[in-house]
Design a protein around this ligand. Structure first.
Ligand code: ATP
Ligand code: MG
Length: 234
């Protein structure tokens, strides 16, 4: 199952979600997970404690169908590292290696041809959002873009990140999302958590860095949601 994590807006929690959903699926899903760092900022690679420059084979080589291997990070978890200097229009080969199990792709905060192509191919699109009113506008725009590319709306799931229940605007945004996009909204939220912001600095997922934190709890709920999508009997 292929999950593309995308929002054209920057800093909304895409990389944090890729890292912790990927780590959660690997740990609790008992199935291999490949994390793919599609973003030239290479934050996902860095969050796992690696430098993109050190990889002889990276996401561009994978997309182009060149032979190579992902890096083992932990049991069931591997990484296709980012390319901090990609060609402007990366080549995408349909005969490229397709990893088994879950593939979680951390997309850059831009719309380009590779994002479009990978979105068409993805089983799911997961869009982290900030809990603010302008996010609604972003969702409507995303639906329009998806329509243009014939991508069914049913593939999209919206996720509120950095949620703080004390803030009225956060509560209202959650309510509006539930009303307007109920079929696409993952009802749970990822709460604001200092531990989530700290963990990439140590190269850990939240499950290793602070397993008892609210961040670990919230990403566990998201992981379980995805395990149920993959196997409705769970
Ligand atoms: N739930 C959270 N609580 C607190 N801080 C968070 C949370 N989620 C993400 N952050 C922090 O917010 C910042 C932006 O998050 P992140 O890098 O995941 O966003 P992004 O959408 O991948 O950004 P970009 O568009 O630049 O790739 C980071 O410093 C991250 O540690
Ligand atoms: Mg990112």
């Amino acid at each position: 199952m292929n999950i593309l994590i995308f929002n054209q807006k920057g800093g909304v929690g895409k990389t944090t979600t890729a890292l912790n959903l990927g780590a959660g699926l690997a740990r609790f899903g008992n199935s291999p997970v490949t994390l793919v760092d599609l973003d030239p900022q290479t934050h996902l690679t860095a969050a796992l404690g690696h430098r993109a420059e050190d990889f002889a084979w990276n996401v561009s080589d994978w997309l182009a169908g060149k032979p190579g291997k992902s890096l083992e990070i932990a049991e069931n978890l591997s990484l296709i590292a980012g390319d901090c200097n990609p060609a402007t229009e990366p080549e995408i080969s349909s005969s490229r290696m397709k990893p088994e199990g879950f593939v979680v792709i951390d997309a850059p905060p831009v719309w380009n041809s590779s994002v479009a192509r990978l979105m068409v191919e993805a089983d799911w699109i997961l869009t982290p959002l900030e809990p603010e009113f302008l996010s609604m506008q972003g969702v409507s725009r995303l639906f329009k873009t998806m329509e243009k590319f014939n991508i069914p709306r049913t593939k999209l799931r919206l996720l509120l990140c950095r949620y703080d229940a004390r803030l009225l605007v956060h509560r209202e945004t959650r309510e509006s999302l539930t009303q307007r996009f109920s079929d696409n909204f993952f009802g749970g939220v990822i709460r604001k958590s200092v531990r989530l912001a700290e963990s990439p600095g140590y190269g850990y997922s939240i499950f290793d860095y602070a397993p008892d934190s609210s961040g670990a709890n919230d990403y566990l709920s998201l992981t379980n949601y995805w395990l149920r999508q993959n196997n409705p009997k769970i």
